[in-house]
Design a protein around this ligand. Sequence first.
Ligand code: CMP
Length: 138
Amino acid sequence: MIMSNTEQTLSIIKPDAVERNLDSEIKEMFLSTGFKILKEKKIQIEKSEAEVFYKVHETKPFYSDLCAYLSSGPIVVMVLEKENAVSANRELMGATNPKDASDGTIRKKYGISIDKNSVHGSDSIENANIEINFFFKD
Ligand code: CMP
């Protein structure tokens, strides 16, 4: 029996990458790895919205800076689809800190620092659903 496990996940191309006009190159990395981009929009959010988006991190010391950063410039938000999309996206992004990211990953190639790490991706199927609904309510 052929088992299919198609999932959707949320990806954000963060301000540091959009500012450097890397969004097309990063999208190409998703497409060439077999992801479909089902939805996509370029937006800038308020800090108050970033605080809701990153609420899971509200007790962390970096929370305020993180929310200020995500709202500091335009971002590209996308719904990606693939087999095991959540883990496949995390693999393609690489480690949170670009210094620790493996060759061939987005963060290794484009990330500047742990804050300016170019992309965000959902960390679980449950959070993917929450994050997709946050940006694409309809
Ligand atoms: P992201 O995948 O968007 O999820 C939360 C973000 O917090 C993470 O990427 C990093 O950019 C940022 N961050 C800043 N400092 C830290 C830290 N010490 N540990 C983990 N994430 C951090």
